[in-house]
Design a protein around this ligand. Structure first.
Ligand SMILES: NC(=O)c1ccc[n+]([C@@H]2O[C@H](COP(=O)([O-])OP(=O)(O)OC[C@H]3O[C@@H](n4cnc5c(N)ncnc54)[C@H](OP(=O)(O)O)[C@@H]3O)[C@@H](O)[C@H]2O)c1
Length: 315
């Protein structure tokens, strides 16, 4: 059986070694996550492959198995040795950053294990989902994890591509419905702006980056415009047909208010740190990289929110 045929077979058993002589597949980590799944769908639509995905929850990906994707179980808390076995057979990897809130350094720890395992398994090119302005001076609590992951990829013997994703447009669907209800959009971002980008555009850019295969470069994945919270309040007012006003608030008071409203304290800290980063001018970089990678201009926030009008009116 050829390497390709072996890779295309369904339902690899996580316990058996993966003796794939040739590294020819594209592997996407975290296949049950929203971004990774969409990237896999886009790659399938384009006939790319063979495709492998790793996930903590293979049972959620039976439909992808049926479409020819090899699904393997993996958790970046496993040993690098176990992970290397699971990654075998891949030439390229999309390393989707994990979402643990277990404190600074934890994501990097997981990414490091995955990267060392991938190199051990013979992966030649790692595309990594980083963050806009991934430097320790960013107020975003997990910016340092991205910084250290990028640095490791630069230092280790592998080709790399960074996709520095701006804030997902979908995060606005968390904050704007309450603002439409109350007429007040609160944030601790001053007059700062962010170049919100839809998850769909991030996924298209990631699929494009894998297919183009350009290495040793960073792409700044942004929406088409940088918007302040005052701009967002105006858009929400127009779309909802009700007045919404931006109310700048103090960061610590805002974190306490979010926690009092039931938000997990670690998430509240992360949320407010993004506000601080917006206020500090770390998130306003607008580029044409989404279009460069995907062939399609990124969606404007007004259009995105128009398409989610029902959610804006959510009670
Ligand atoms: N730019 C932004 O505004 C923004 C917002 C939210 C998240 N993010 C980042 O972008 C990533 C993808 O976004 P998303 O929307 O797809 O998030 P999501 O739907 O919450 O998915 C989380 C992802 O993290 C993976 N993951 C979590 N713990 C893991 C572990 N221990 N080992 C291996 N993989 C693990 C999951 O893989 P499985 O569950 O399949 O194992 C899944 O792919 C997130 O994980 C986060 O790092 C960015």
């Amino acid at each position: 059986m050829s390497g390709a045929a072996r890779l295309a077979r369904f339902g690899d058993n996580k316990k058996t070694p993966h003796p794939m002589p040739q590294n020819e597949a594209i592997l996407v980590t975290g296949g049950s996550g929203q971004l990774a799944r969409r990237v896999l769908e886009l790659l399938l639509e384009q006939g790319a492959g063979p495709l492998i995905t790793t996930t903590r929850s293979p049972e959620r990906l039976y439909d992808l198995t049926a479409r020819g994707v090899t699904v393997r179980q993996a958790d970046f808390t496993q040993s690098a040795e176990d992970l290397a076995d699971v990654f075998r057979g891949a030439r390229q990897m999309l390393l989707v950053s994990t979402n643990t809130l277990e404190g600074p350094g934890k994501r990097f720890e997981q990414h490091e294990r995955a990267i060392r395992a991938a190199v051990e398994a013979g992966v030649e090119h790692i595309v990594y989902t980083s963050l806009t302005f991934p430097y320790p001076s960013s107020p975003v609590t997990l910016a340092r994890d991205h910084y250290e992951t990028e640095n490791l990829l630069r230092e280790i013997r592998v080709e790399y591509t960074f996709l520095r994703n701006n804030i997902y447009a979908e995060s606005l669907l968390f904050s704007l419905p309450g603002a439409v209800r109350s007429g007040r959009l609160k944030a601790a971002a001053g007059d700062g702006r962010a170049a919100y980008v839809t998850r769909e555009d991030c996924a298209r850019a990631a699929a494009g980056a894998l297919l183009r295969g350009e290495t040793r470069c960073s792409y700044e994945i942004s929406g088409p415009e940088a918007l302040s919270f005052a701009d967002l309040a105006d858009i929400a007012s127009r779309l909802a047909g009700r007045p919404v006003t931006y109310e700048p608030v103090d960061a610590d008071a805002w974190r306490e208010e979010l926690e009092a409203g039931g938000m997990d304290p670690k998430l509240a800290e992360l949320w407010v740190s993004f506000d601080r980063a917006i206020g500090a001018g770390c998130m306003d970089l607008v580029t044409r990289d989404v279009e460069r990678l995907s062939g399609r201009a990124p969606q404007h926030m007004e259009e995105f929110l128009q398409r989610h009008l029902e959610e804006l009116h959510r009670n």
